[in-house]
Write a protein that binds this ligand. Sequence first.
Ligand code: SF4
Length: 434
Amino acid sequence: MDLTLFHSQIELALEEAQATTSPEIDELTAQAGAGGGLDLRQAAKLLLKGKTNSLIEQAIKIKEKNFGQRVALFAPLYFTNICKNNCLYCGFRFDNKKLVRRQLTLPEIRKEAKALARTGHRIVLLICGENPHDSRKDYLSEVIKTVRSTPGIARVNLEVAPLSADEYAHLKEAGAGTYILFQETYHPQTYKTMHPSGAKANFENRINAPLKAVEAGFTEVGLGILLGLRNYHYDFLGLVAHAREIKERFGFYPSSFSLPRLKPALDAPLKTPPAPISDLEFQRLAALLRLVFPEAEIILTTREAPPLRDTMMRSGVSMFSAGSRTHPGGYSEEADHAPNKEQFSLDDVRSLDEIVGKLVDSGELPSFQEAVTPSLARPVSALNYQKNALLSFSEYLTGHASALTCKKGTALIRQILPKMNDELLSGEIIRKLG
Ligand code: SF4
């Protein structure tokens, strides 16, 4: 990637956006609401001058148009917290001597996957610290295969450090779904400060990695930034520019985006965010992301507190993590959280069943199937998402839900089914629900 061009595009878009007039913003917001997406310059204008309420309203409209009521659910599975890097915001950093290090064996990883499947989860995101030893393709392939072959688990996504093209191809072959890699910040100086040592200190290597993964065969990649490290304008536009580079080269956008906010972590030098972001600003950014990328999964994690997560159940967000643990062994071995082993602290520690119940209360339809990159062979539409959600949610209700969640979830499904005009589907689901 031409980094000089990359950065100058962002700077230019920011500079140009300063002069945007209010009527131009109104027109652009209405245009964004039509769901055609936004380019970098348009995104910059709404980023700087868009009206929060209008952005949120339009984001809700687009999410409903493209995904219906469906909200997908997933959980991270950490298989090691050993890391050679020293990111200033992370509990896994190499210099943190207070962290209890752990690498799960394949049988232990399987136990974790089984524990997640027992709760009803089907989409798992495999995560690990950055340890060159763990990046060997054969080891990672075995980890993927172990989780994929666990009964109940349908999709295994992967968030690991940059790899070679050959390694990516191997992992895709092993059954990895989406490859996710956060640049954290697109601002070179901030990146350098936050990542003082280890392989992650190489900005260029990291920004090129998702492109390499696509070249090697991944049809779904996910990007993200860590909010709070600096003023978010540059990072947000970096995310947009990065995604557009993928679209220009390969013809499709990344399938998912995340905007986690920095959280306290054990012994991390960065105790508080240098540039804190309020809840309202956070909602505004998530809404704008939906306007820019109308068809992608916009992800909201358990880093955020329950009241905000509940509010954002009806927003531009289409995917939630739920019942998460951020340390190895967190699902099968620990009854609760383990501050001396986890990557960062979580604000929403509710169970999957509780999150499912809350989604139903908000009128949203929990789903255990993720969005994929649309293609001729795999067209996606709100109707398809709703159907998949109805099927996977009815299976969740009969196999995993508490009595209360089962009761209200069944009522929601019965309310939605007649609107689907699909007798076959209705028959199948009614049979499932018994
Ligand atoms: S953010 Fe990732 S690479 Fe950085 S210290 Fe934490 S686990 Fe390691």
